[in-house]
Every structure is written in structure tokens, then in C-alpha cells.
Design a protein around this ligand. Sequence first.
Ligand SMILES: [Zn+2]
Length: 166
Amino acid sequence: MLWEAIDGRHGGAIVAVLADGWPTLPLTAQAVMVQRLEGLALVEDDDVHGWRATCTCFWQGEPWTRLHEPGRTDLDRRQASLRPGSPCDPPMPVLQSLHAEWRAHADREVALTELAAARREQEAVERRLERAAAAGRAAGLSWEEIGQATGMRRQSAHQRWRNAAL
Ligand SMILES: [Zn+2]
């Protein structure tokens, strides 16, 4: 199961946490079925020790533990049995919680990326204004004219760009 990618860099998925020392695998019931049909039964039901949310950016959520008693779900302790009839998937409330965990991660990362991008643009605009102000001074513009062109008072333009260089 792959959740929607956000800004092309974050795609979430549930992975099964397997026995200690085994890699986690992006498995769903369908994936296990396909592996079995193709004779690639790498994962047996009992190998699934839990689940976690992951992201294509390599983020991993906290693991959930699989319980072996059927029909139990304890969201507070992050424990649940397999979904009835499924070889490896957790029950729906756990799926929803895993999705919410990944979504919170992705929203946070996208916001941080956007802030950093906006900051870079702001710095580029600042450099452009500095060069333009210096070019204006070199071309004989007054601080009054530079201020008018940039929406500020003469004194403010002077303070801001008096040391600006081309
Ligand atoms: Zn991510």
C-alpha cells in the first residue's frame, strides 16, 4: 500500500516488521499472496511481528506490535492482532493510525521544505534589490527615487542600501 506522494518526495507505506534481524518489507496481504502464488513464500504469517509506517524519504514511524490472540486491538499500547482473514495486515484502526502518523510526518517535512525554499527566494530577492540600488546610485538616482521605486521612504532606502555594491 502506497499512500499519496506529497511534493514528489514523500510517499508513505506500511511495512511489516519481521523477526529480529530480518529486514522490514513493504508487504500487504496482496504482496504475500502474489509471493505465494509465484512460489516465493518468503514470509509466513508467524513471521509478522508488527507494522510501522515508512516514507520514501527513509523516515520510519514507531513500530506497532502484533498480538497473537485474535481480535485484539490496543491503540494506546500500539498493539493489535492481524486483521481477520488477512495473512499480514493490521486491522483498520491501526491502518488509519499508521496513515495519520505518516501524514503528520509528511505535512511537517513539506512545511519545513517550503519554509526553506521561501527563505532562499527571499535572500535572492534581497540580493537583487541590493544590486539594483547600487546600480541606481551609480546611474545617478537619488535616495528619494530609489525609495519611491521600492515603496519605502528616502531615509529607509538609504539606511538599507547605502553600502550596497554592484
Ligand atoms: Zn517522508
